[in-house]
Design a protein around this ligand. Structure first.
Ligand code: PEP
Length: 249
């Protein structure tokens, strides 16, 4: 099965009105690509970025969402609000949300449901810590994170989702998983999903995330189960991000 590659930039809590204009202007110089190119700015800049990319094929993502539909939830942002501003993808379960803001597998699953209910596409991040990898628990952790979501929305919903495998030890550390390490986990994730649905497991795009740079992305993208990348730090540099997109073909 041919799955389109996705290269997504998670800008995290970075940028200003001014710097975002120059970052997007840089990205607009990109030549046409077979991959889907996605950017995820912070909430206040979604509208600005939506306008700046309106004549391009770049796609908008948000970095977080409330699990609630509407109401007395001060400071929260609903999935339908994100939809109003042209958002297609929403990142969920990012390790920074799990570790710094205590987001549990159950909360992540309820956020996935809220996103699907609004017709947006969850980009579900999963991955193990270094201690978990060293104690041989990589797959167990990834499977628990996936199972919590399957329990709430069902396996068929994964056709409307993207998974990002992001080993926590590789995020922001400069220490990327090797292409072979990524492939090993991606194929195991696909095999785990196949136990519930073979066709869903073949369709779902699985991105790798964790210190991806142009110098490492081409080996990653050659792996049969690596369907793209979720890029943090390197996505703030238009030239580097474009170079990563190029390696995706
Ligand atoms: C991320 O935040 O999703 C990420 C992968 O970050 P970095 O590329 O900086 O490791």
């Amino acid at each position: 099965m041919i799955r389109q590659k996705i290269v997504a930039g998670n800008w995290k809590m970075n940028g200003s009105k001014e710097s975002i204009v120059s970052l997007i202007n840089g990205l607009l110089e990109m030549e046409g690509s077979n991959s889907e190119v996605v950017v995820a700015p912070s909430f206040p800049y979604l509208s600005q970025v939506n306008d700046l990319i309106s004549d391009s094929s770049i796609v908008l993502a948000a970095q977080n969402v409330s699990q609630e539909v509407k109401g007395a939830y001060t400071g929260e942002v609903s999935a339908s609000m994100l939809g109003d501003f042209g958002v297609k993808y929403v990142l969920l379960g990012h390790s920074e949300r799990r570790s710094l803001y205590g987001e549990t597998n159950e909360l992540v699953a309820s956020k996935v449901k809220a996103i699907l209910d609004s017709g947006l596409t969850p980009m579900l991040c999963i991955g193990e810590t270094l201690a978990e990898r060293e104690s041989g628990k990589t797959l167990e952790v990834c499977e628990q994170q996936l199972q919590a979501v399957i329990d709430v929305v069902g396996i068929v919903s994964f056709e409307q989702m993207v998974i990002a495998y992001e080993p926590v030890w590789a995020i922001g550390t400069g220490l990327s998983a090797s292409a072979e390490q990524a492939q090993e986990v991606h194929s195991s994730i696909r095999a785990f999903l196949a136990k519930s649905s073979e066709s869903v497991s073949q369709k779902v795009q699985i991105l790798y995330g964790g210190s991806v740079k142009a110098s490492t992305s081409s080996a990653l993208f050659q792996m049969p189960d690596v369907d793209g990348a979720l890029v943090g730090g390197a996505s703030l540099d238009a030239k580097e991000f474009i170079a990563i997109v190029k390696t995706a073909g």
